[in-house]
Write a protein that binds this ligand. Sequence first.
Ligand code: HEM
Length: 194
Amino acid sequence: MGAILQSLGRTVIAGVVILLVIMGIAGTFGAMATHGWSAFFMRWLHVLSGVMWIGLLWYFNFVQMPSMPKIPDEQKPAIGKVIAPEALFWFRWAALSTMVTGLLLAWMSGYLVSALSIARPHHAIGIGMWLGLVMAFNVWFIIWPNQKKALGMVQVDADAKAKAARLAMLTSRLNTMLSIPMLYCMVAQQNGGL
Ligand code: HEM
């Protein structure tokens, strides 16, 4: 067990193996050739990506940002040069993956246009999708370019660096705010919440 858990890659593979065993016992493999199962599989990929994305968004806002003032200056590079770039890698690609799997899911379910037009009965997921799309736009076109300047991956003067850090921080806060109604709308579609 230790040999598995000491490696992240082996841990993830073990998680997939456990899932395959559960699916085997439940007799799911026979139903996999259907359109319904493919849409379900896309929904699972979508939720996995969404958890990675919003998990890291909340890590930045609930843990990293409030902790920065408490960290001595000489230790701050550990966050800025090591942890933040790594977290931002998973963050931005999870955002893209969540968006692509979400749009594919709506398309496979046959209501992509109806949802994006916020037409009934797809208004709940439509609002959630628009909120999610705005958030994904913010990640790729505001947070990431400004974080690159703030973290010194792109060289700019001190004034531009401070401005970029502030804009990235405020946009990350905006996404945290939007994540609350967005997640409500995501789960409302199936469960009559809106
Ligand atoms: C970026 C834009 C996004 C799009 C286009 C999108 C699209 C969708 C669609 C089409 C569904 C299926 C709704 C249904 O028929 O029940 C859905 C469900 C869901 N989405 Fe998203 N989504 C996005 C972002 C997110 C994010 C960031 C999360 C974070 C975890 C998330 C979590 C969920 C959950 C938990 C469900 C419910 C699954 C269920 O009830 O079975 N989505 N999304």
